[in-house]
Design a protein around this ligand. Structure first.
Ligand SMILES: *Cc1c(COP(=O)(O)O)cnc(C)c1O
Length: 485
């Protein structure tokens, strides 16, 4: 099997005196170095810089760029993350100088274009949510959760209510309890039942006049739609609580059903998951939130408003607002791409996205579930969670081995070991943008891997320069600088 060599560092390829083009020297004197960098801020010696020919530099970076997987190069079924195709036209539009070269300190009169787009996006996201008001400010899904919960906390405070608890299902994304905690609430776990849905008895037992918010993900992280949502909303509202929807992944219900119509009071979106924002490498994202009317006064300032004379403006005059959660008016680049995506799809297109996301996931599930069983029965939505438990028991092959081996077949690994309630979980989300042939080929690959020698799988991947890094150390103690030995 072909094994990639780990490429040498530029410092290792460096040879003294080697350089790229030699340009004629300047015909004006250099500025004195002491004027540019005061001596106390300079090292005694200039730092070493690798010396290479231009061709070697070009090859170095081009080859490095090919070591990564991306949605543009490989199938990427990373459950919950929705690695759908990001249409290139949105990139082109976002780079148009009128948008790309704007500065947030420009006078509002020169920002009417982007403000009108953000204003319209607020209305569109309110319409998709079936809710009344939207803040585009949060910079990511997790910050959207936090902002929405702070908004809810302010709502209860203004009503003179002291509610301390936020209820969260055990299948929820880890950001949910983190957001509840950070916004000053106590996170209380609600069990899932045997079907993988909210355990209604446990919910009823823990629901009280101390419940501020119930955070629901629907479809949940098992890829299942919980039909109890309206009943849950009714019980919750009966106790004066608010229903939150973690709408990070709206792909299965977009244009099919509106959260507000199911009883949801507040929610966040992840435009980078639902509306094709590129999100490899951890960002940038956005986390707009939508809320019901009674929560609108507490949203972060500013909102984008339309004045009586038709001009668009940033509205800071919001006396009940929780304040700012991010500089300026949000990650406008991501929001702008979301706007382009939504407007090119139109209402019918959004609905087709949901239909195809669900169709693709169910087709793929049907192709693989005899080998990788899906513990929770029933039709899935945009994703499904299979288990490698039998393989682990019978042959000692774990979900991580399958994930690592997929890399050898040029497929990005699915999400593994999440949600926590499925042992040896493989969380697979094909997205609507994949063809039938890609899905069938992936299913074939999974079946091939399931029949492979466990020894081969334990040592996978075999085709990458690095095989199995210590993932905890890589995340907690990254070595990001090179030092001359
Ligand atoms: C991705 C995700 C989040 C967090 O979104 P970020 O933008 O990564 O902060 C929250 N909930 C669910 C269900 C998600 O899939």
């Amino acid at each position: 099997m072909y094994k990639l060599q780990q490429p040498p560092l530029l410092f290792e390829s460096s040879r003294p005196g080697r350089s790229t083009a030699v340009l004629p020297g300047p015909d004006v004197p250099d500025a004195p170095l002491d004027d540019l960098i005061p001596p106390e801020h300079r090292a005694a010696e200039p730092p070493p810089i690798p010396e290479l020919g231009e061709l070697d530099v070009v090859r170095h970076y081009v080859n490095l760029s090919t070591l990564n997987m991306s949605i543009d190069s490989n199938f990427y079924p990373l459950g919950s993350c929705t690695m759908k195709y990001n249409p290139k036209r949105n990139e082109r539009l976002a780079a148009t100088s009128g948008f790309g070269a704007q500065h947030p300190y420009q006078d509002e009169s020169t920002l009417q274009g982007i403000l009108s787009i953000l204003y319209e996006l607020q209305s569109i996201l309110a319409e998709i949510a079936g809710l009344d008001a939207v803040s585009l400010q949060p910079a990511a899904g997790a910050q959207g959760e936090l902002t929405a919960l702070l908004t809810a906390a302010r709502y209860f405070r203004e009503r003179g209510e002291k509610r301390r608890q936020v209820l969260i299902p055990d299948s929820a994304h880890g950001t949910n309890p983190a957001s509840a905690h950070l916004s000053g609430f106590e996170a209380v776990t609600i069990k899932s039942d045997a079907r993988g849905l909210v355990d209604l008895a446990d919910f009823k037992a823990k629901l009280s006049s101390d419940t501020a918010v119930f955070m629901m993900t629907n479809p949940n992280t098992l890829g299942l739609f919980d039909p109890q949502i309206s009943e849950i909303a009714e019980l919750l509202h009966g106790q004066g609580g608010l229903l939150y929807l973690d709408g990070a992944n709206m792909n299965a219900i977009l244009g099919i059903v509106r959260p507000g119509d199911m009883g949801v009071d507040l929610m966040h979106y992840n435009p980078h998951k639902t509306f094709s924002g590129p999100h490899g490498g951890g960002g940038p994202g956005a986390g707009p939130i939508a809320v019901r009317k009674m929560l609108a006064p507490f949203l972060p300032a500013p909102l984008v408003a339309r004045r009586d004379d038709g001009r668009f403006a940033l509205d800071y005059d919001r006396p009940h607002s929780i304040g700012r959660v991010r500089s300026f008016f949000g990650n406008t680049g991501v929001l702008f791409r979301a706007y382009c995506y939504i407007r090119t799809q139109g209402p019918d297109g959004l609905k087709r996205i949901a239909q195809h996301a669900v169709l693709n996931a169910n087709y793929l599930k049907a192709l693989v579930e005899d080998v990788f069983p899906v513990p929770h029965e029933g039709r899935c939505m945009h994703e499904f969670v299979a288990s490698a438990r039998n393989m682990a028991k019978d042959r000692g092959v774990r979900a991580m081995d399958v994930a690592k081996r997929l890399i050898d077949y040029n497929v990005h690994a699915p999400t593994v070991y999440f949600p926590l309630i499925v042992p040896e979980a493989l969380m697979i989300e094909p997205t609507e943008s994949e063809s039938r042939e890609t899905l069938e080929s992936f299913a074939g690959t999974l079946r091939t891997i399931a029949a492979e020698d466990p020894e081969v799988l334990h040592a996978a991947p075999h085709t990458t320069p690095i095989t199995r890094p210590d993932e905890v150390r890589a995340a907690k103690q990254p070595v990001l600088t090179w030092r001359k030995a």
